[in-house]
Design a protein around this ligand. Structure first.
Ligand SMILES: NC(=O)c1ccc[n+]([C@@H]2O[C@H](COP(=O)([O-])OP(=O)(O)OC[C@H]3O[C@@H](n4cnc5c(N)ncnc54)[C@H](OP(=O)(O)O)[C@@H]3O)[C@@H](O)[C@H]2O)c1
Length: 361
């Protein structure tokens, strides 16, 4: 069973039978994975919103006009075939919102493998790599929900923190984060507050309804609702924009003018308010694509050097999430559809993390 959405209208969604059948067997060079559970956040909505532009529809092909939104999840090896994987072992990685996925494991090692399926070969490698959880140092199955929900978002924040620091914050002394209640934004705020106190202040912009939650996180120096951008003191800033809302981007650029030293476009949580932001005062918005920065740091630090720095930082962040992250589980087609539509419409509370499954309860 596959969950598919209309590529032209993300509000239209439905379930279709899996083309491979419910209990597929692994052909030569293949393995069948049962998708046990997956996280769903605004990040996944963005995969759909920019599916055409960035190619997210290409990972898990669907019928013409429809798309399968990718999610980060955990699967169990159902049929390892001749792949070298072990039946029953748990795998973390990029999956469709489906009951199962057939992969073509290549570069199989004790730590993981790459899906070498022909249609994925040209896509960014970070999405094609799967982790064998039993072999992961320090892996605790009790942390799997938080891992699915936060690890890819935290990794992006880690890369932005590193990118900004490497560039001396472009001469700014404050970082303004739009959509400050998003998990990606407050992962970054956590890193900035912990490591860069001397270099910059951290300012969060959010919806009026989310001001209290963002303030309570304790990692922003100041939290301001979107309508109050003009109350911020004029100083050199970097804008890190997870909202993608043209009105917010415009308000920040017009308020700070030439003091916008760098404008980093990261996300589109406000996916329906996206618009043309060319020609604004200050530095022109520049898209941040995490996989490109990963490739850079893999070259600079070596893949092991990159992974060990990221892992150490992640463990510290994870420990701090236990106080506020409320995991909400949903199982079955109706729950998945409801969670999808709630996330699309911005109805999920920022302290909630949705973990979903299409398996039989
Ligand atoms: N470029 C990259 O490589 C990269 C990598 C990772 C993530 N990202 C992006 O970062 C963004 C954040 O993702 P996330 O998963 O961390 O988000 P999340 O935690 O699910 O964000 C939830 C927040 O987003 C805002 N929001 C969500 N849906 C909305 C809607 N329909 N209308 C208005 N506001 C809405 C609200 O925040 P406010 O009230 O605070 O606005 C809400 O509290 C996504 O766009 C994601 O794609 C980009």
């Amino acid at each position: 069973m596959d969950f598919v959405v209309n590529r032209q209208d993300l509000r239209q969604c439905r379930f279709v039978p899996d083309a491979a059948g419910e209990h597929a067997h692994a052909g030569p060079g293949c393995a069948v994975l049962r998708v046990a559970s997956f996280a769903f956040t605004a990040n996944n909505v963005t995969y759909g919103a920019v599916g055409e532009l960035i190619g997210y529809w290409k990972f898990f092909p669907a019928e013409e006009g429809w798309g399968r939104i990718p999610v980060w999840g955990v699967a169990v090896v159902e049929d390892p075939g001749d792949s070298g994987l072990v039946a029953g072992e748990r795998i973390y990685g990029y999956f469709p919102m489906s009951r199962q996925l057939t992969v073509e494991p290549t570069r199989v090692s004790a730590r993981g493998f790459t899906d070498g399926a022909a249609h994925r070969r040209e896509l960014p490698p970070v999405y094609n790599q799967y982790t064998r959880l039993a072999a992961e140092p320090g892996h605790d199955p009790r942390d799997e929900d938080a891992m699915m929900l936060l690890r890819p978002l935290f990794a992006t924040a880690f890369l932005i923190d590193d990118f900004l620091a490497e560039n001396g914050f472009f001469g700014a002394d404050a970082v303004v984060l739009a959509s400050a209640s998003s998990k990606t934004a407050f992962s970054l705020a956590f890193l900035l507050a912990k490591n860069r106190r001397d270099a910059c202040r951290v300012v969060g912009l959010t919806s009026p309804a989310n001001v209290a939650f963002v303030t309570g996180l304790g990692c922003y120096d100041r939290v301001v609702a979107y309508p109050d951008v003009a109350t911020l003191p004029d100083q050199p800033v970097v804008l890190v924009d997870m909202a993608g809302n043209q009105n917010v981007t415009r308000a920040v650029h017009e308020h700070f003018g030439a003091n916008v030293k760098y404008s980093c476009q990261v996300g589109l949580t406000h996916w329906e308010q996206v618009g043309d932001v060319a020609g604004l005062p200050g530095a022109q918005p520049t898209f941040f694509f995490a996989p490109s920065q990963i490739e850079k740091r893999n070259k600079d630090w070596g893949p092991d050097g990159f992974q060990s720095r990221l892992a150490a930082s992640w463990r510290e962040f994870l420990a701090g999430t236990k106080g506020w992250l409320h995991v909400v589980h949903g199982c079955g087609a109706a729950a998945v559809e409801r969670a999808y539509l709630d996330t699309l419409e911005g109805r999920v509370k920022p302290d909630e993390g949705l973990i979903l499954s299409l398996q039989e309860p």
